[in-house]
Design a protein around this ligand. Structure first.
Ligand SMILES: NC(=O)c1ccc[n+]([C@@H]2O[C@H](COP(=O)([O-])OP(=O)(O)OC[C@H]3O[C@@H](n4cnc5c(N)ncnc54)[C@H](O)[C@@H]3O)[C@@H](O)[C@H]2O)c1
Length: 446
């Protein structure tokens, strides 16, 4: 099938490459000239495990190509994906300007019927807005053409996006049209051989399904963070509690890790956007608001722990930081807890010496050259001359470090572990002051 994908970010690029890898003829359109130029040269703009060889192969065999020319993009596919960003607006609601800009572009250039798939995460009612925009532009051009707008939210996880697209848990499609069902079934048939993963529903339910999924996951995290704060105050160990509750199959072990708060491009913005949607219809989403505020407080926790250890005297200190990305296996630092920590440390007059296996370039792009931030090549060099170590991201290479080396490198034997990677007893025996999450001495978030 001939497919055009507008927006080659984490979602658009992975989806496009995977569709090309099964034989669809995919053209990607982006407004970012340098991204397109780089992709044409084989330079992949993001770190996503397994993506590079698929992009290389599909580009080579001509099934995946890139352009900034929207007219060429609209002419190429009878299927047009919208996979552009939906960042938070000033009030936290989803900003639809990029989605509606693509709708306008498609309507301005189309000269035959088009099948439009909304893959971006968008509030309930957006498909109606896209339909209205296309109708308005076609009317302005004085032509009448058939088109269909389908909601097809994306559930991939950064860091596992290739596998998630290859073997999705489910493919949610919101549409009331029979022909749309048939096209979507044909498009995704290669991913349905093992069993049928398609879940058809009405458009508004599909749009809400995406928010409900992310809000549920964010709720699990904030719930565990709240439990971890209680565990600290009550003298319990949250890791024992986690095992205790995870063994209940109704609860399960997934997504119940306490930590230093959720980040990334999705949870924070999607919880916020659903809260704003609720306010817009005069509903008070008490649970979602609590999820947000627990998370905001939790992101302060690492700084509070450091501040507690150094008795508020952080001026002039150098803090070693392991992990910058919002989670392992990605270079994405959007809303990462590391950013909240670094910015608080700088505010307090401290310096940061950081290492991350993949996110150093992204960190450099965000913060530029600074006296207060040294990005170093290894986790060991981050320790040199530092006063304390903080772990923000649970990359596997941080899981079993040489504690003797850490002890001899730091001027103070203190580890603030935002991901509960280490055994508090072992570290205590080795002479460290150890601050985990919900495991004894620690400072309350909030
Ligand atoms: N990142 C994730 O893990 C993830 C997962 C599921 C859903 N989503 C949703 O998917 C959408 C895209 O997210 P992302 O992380 O890929 O975003 P991104 O910011 O990485 O990429 C968006 C791309 O769209 C391009 N763009 C903007 N306006 C354009 C236009 N008019 N025409 C063509 N291209 C344009 C930008 O230049 C950019 O390259 C968002 O709604 C997001 O919430 C993201």
């Amino acid at each position: 099938m001939k497919v055009t994908v507008f927006g080659i970010g984490y979602v658009g690029l992975v989806q496009a490459a995977i569709l090309a890898s099964v034989g669809h003829d995919v053209l990607c359109v982006d407004v970012d000239q340098s991204k397109v130029d780089n992709l044409k040269k084989g330079i992949i703009p993001i770190y996503e495990p397994g993506l590079t060889p698929i992009v290389e192969e599909t580009t080579k065999n001509g099934l995946l190509s890139f352009t900034t020319d929207a007219a060429v993009g609209v002419a190429h596919g009878n299927i047009q994906f919208i996979a552009v960003g939906t960042p938070p607006d000033e009030d936290g609601s989803a900003d639809l300007k990029y989605v509606l800009a693509v709708a306008k572009t498609i309507a301005s250039h189309m000269s035959e019927p088009k099948f439009i798939i909304d893959k971006s995460t968008v509030p309930v009612g957006t498909a109606d807005k896209v339909t209205a925009k296309i109708t308005e532009v076609l009317a302005g051009r004085n032509i009448s053409l058939d088109f269909d707008v389908v909601s097809n939210p994306e559930f991939l996880k950064e860091g596992a996006a290739v596998n998630d697209c290859m073997k999705p848990d489910r493919i949610v499609v919101g549409t009331d049209s029979q022909s749309a069902r048939e096209i979507m079934t044909e498009l995704y048939a290669p991913f349905n051989r093992n069993h049928d993963r398609m879940i058809f529903m009405d458009v508004r339910s599909a749009e809400l399904t995406k928010y409900a999924a992310n809000c549920m996951l964010a709720t699990k995290i904030s719930f565990m963070n709240e439990m971890s704060n209680l565990a600290e105050l009550l003298g319990a160990d949250i890791e024992a509690v986690r095992h205790g509750i995870g063994s209940d199959t109704r609860i399960g072990y997934q997504f119940i890790y306490p930590g230093c708060g959720y980040g990334g491009s999705c949870f924070p913005k999607d919880v916020q956007a659903l809260v704003r949607t609720a306010h817009g219809i005069e509903y008070q989403p008490a649970l979602l608001e609590a999820v947000e505020s627990v998370n905001a407080a939790q992101k302060q926790k690492l700084f509070k722990n450091l501040s507690h250890y150094f008795k508020g005297e952080l001026k002039g200190k150098t803090i070693a930081l392991w992990g910058l990305s919002f989670k392992p296996q990605t270079d994405d630092m959007r809303e990462a807890s590391s950013r909240v920590l670094m910015e608080a440390l700088w505010q307090a007059g401290a310096k940061v010496q950081a290492f991350d296996p993949e996110a150093m370039e992204e960190c450099q792009r965000i913060y530029g050259d600074s006296q207060e931030l040294a990005l170093v090549g290894t986790k060991e060099s981050a320790l040199k001359g530092a006063d304390a170590l903080v772990i923000c991201t649970e990359w596997s290479q941080f899981r079993a470090p040489d504690f003797d080396l850490i002890a001899s490198s730091l001027t103070h034997p203190v580890i603030v572990d935002g991901r509960n990677l280490y055994d508090p007893k072992l570290l205590k025996d080795k002479g460290f002051a150890y601050y985990g999450i919900g495991r004894g001495e620690s400072v309350q978030a909030g």
